[in-house]
Ligand binder design. Structure first.
Ligand SMILES: CCCCCCC[C@H](O)CC(=O)SCCNC(=O)CCNC(=O)[C@H](O)C(C)(C)COP(=O)([O-])OP(=O)([O-])OC[C@H]1O[C@@H](n2cnc3c(N)ncnc32)[C@H](O)[C@@H]1OP(=O)([O-])[O-]
Ligand SMILES: NC(=O)c1ccc[n+]([C@@H]2O[C@H](COP(=O)([O-])OP(=O)(O)OC[C@H]3O[C@@H](n4cnc5c(N)ncnc54)[C@H](O)[C@@H]3O)[C@@H](O)[C@H]2O)c1
Length: 295
């Protein structure tokens, strides 16, 4: 298989730029990569970075670096024979649309188009291509060659084969994959944004004196390490009745604060006897079925 990716070329604060991390993930599992940049100077900087990362990675693992799998270019025409594209240009809908339109002209009709957008509408991107069923999100986390998570973002028009291919490519790259739906920020960033936003509001309201105080509270009060599970597991562990009871209490006191209003799902789960987290899925399914029937 051959893959095309875009990669970032400005070395800022060691910040892992997505394209180069994705290129490393692909090449180290034996997949050919054609990396495309917008201009020669950026291409050369990016090339050196990717090679350096691959060499360090190979040294750590005691193997030889698979540099022969990489090709670097500034010409989109070089992508005419690739099987799959992972787009990682700036987070700008107009630019991404332009890139996908160009790719539609250059690539074979069966080539899959994946986007590494952090939260833009995958279906809007699919809509500008000549193959909406072959478009899917592959949301890697930064630095992409280190972080294990991959959100596979399924648009309403992504075919099941397209989703399955993105999932199996993620598996081959050694990622922990989660298939998610298409909404602003998907799951990770949709959850993270309210945390960050509340942090700013807390500072604005003078509830915490320093940003460090908020971070300290999070680090020492609510670590979510792997062995302890995430926020959903935590809610289950605390007890859903207690979570609901607290939210209702705060909601009554502050009816104008939207995030204090308990969700209908939480109420339903409590009404069903607060099943353990592993059992929520069947209740959620029933709820969705009823919603579909009602509509
Ligand atoms: C409101 C929402 C806003 C949304 C914004 C978009 C968010 C996005 O959509 C989602 C995300 O990505 S969110 C996720 C955001 N991500 C996180 O939250 C990640 C937080 N960071 C961590 O968990 C740890 O720092 C790591 C596990 C990355 C490294 O662990 P360690 O034990 O220190 O390991 P080490 O031995 O020192 O380095 C190993 C390799 O990693 C490299 N590298 C290291 N740091 C880097 C950096 N900052 N940068 C780049 N690269 C970095 C380092 O150069 C080396 O590379 P080499 O080429 O192989 O030599
Ligand atoms: N940085 C993160 O933490 C992170 C994490 C997950 C997903 N993402 C997403 O990945 C994408 C890229 O993010 P980034 O942080 O690597 O971006 P970036 O801004 O650092 O790099 C974008 C790269 O795209 C290149 N580019 C722009 N137009 C191009 C074109 N027409 N042809 C070829 N290359 C072109 C630029 O030269 C640059 O190298 C964005 O959609 C972003 O939301 C970022």
């Amino acid at each position: 298989l051959t893959f095309f990716i875009h990669f970032h070329c400005v070395w800022t604060n060691r910040l892992g730029t997505m394209g180069r991390g994705i290129a490393v993930c692909l090449a180290r599992v034996g997949i050919s990569v054609i990396a495309v940049e917008s201009e020669n100077k950026l291409l050369e900087t990016g090339r050196q970075m990717v090679i350096g990362m691959l060499e360090r990675d190979a040294k750590r693992r005691g193997v030889s670096a698979s540099l022969n799998l990489l090709k670097f270019t500034i010409s989109l025409q070089d992508l005419k024979d690739v099987n799959l594209v992972i787009e990682a240009v700036f987070e700008d809908m107009a630019l991404k649309k332009r890139v996908f339109q160009e790719l539609s002209k250059v690539c074979r009709p069966a080539t899959l188009f994946c986007t590494n957008t952090s939260g833009l509408d995958v279906d809007a991107l699919a809509g500008v291509t000549d193959r909406p069923h072959l478009v899917v999100g592959m949301h890697f986390f930064s630095p992409a060659h280190v972080m294990k998570l991959l959100e596979v973002v399924c648009g309403p028009r992504s075919s099941s084969e397209t989703i399955a291919t993105a999932m199996s490519l993620g598996k081959r790259m050694g990622k922990v994959r989660v298939a998610v739906g298409n909404c602003p920020g998907f799951v990770g960033n949709r959850m993270l944004k309210p945390y960050i936003d509340q942090g700013f509001r807390i500072l604005e309201d003078g509830i915490a004196a320093r940003p460090e105080d908020i971070d300290v509270i999070y680090l020492f009060g609510y670590g979510f390490p792997r062995h302890r599970g995430g926020p959903m597991f935590y809610a289950s562990m605390v007890g859903l009745e207690r979570v609901l009871e607290r939210l209702e209490h705060y909601h009554q006191a502050h009816p104008d604060v939207p995030h204090l209003k308990p969700s209908p799902l939480l109420k339903k789960l409590v009404a069903c006897g607060s099943p353990p987290v592993q059992k929520w899925r069947e209740h959620i399914k029933t709820m969705h079925t009823k919603q579909i029937q009602a509509n």
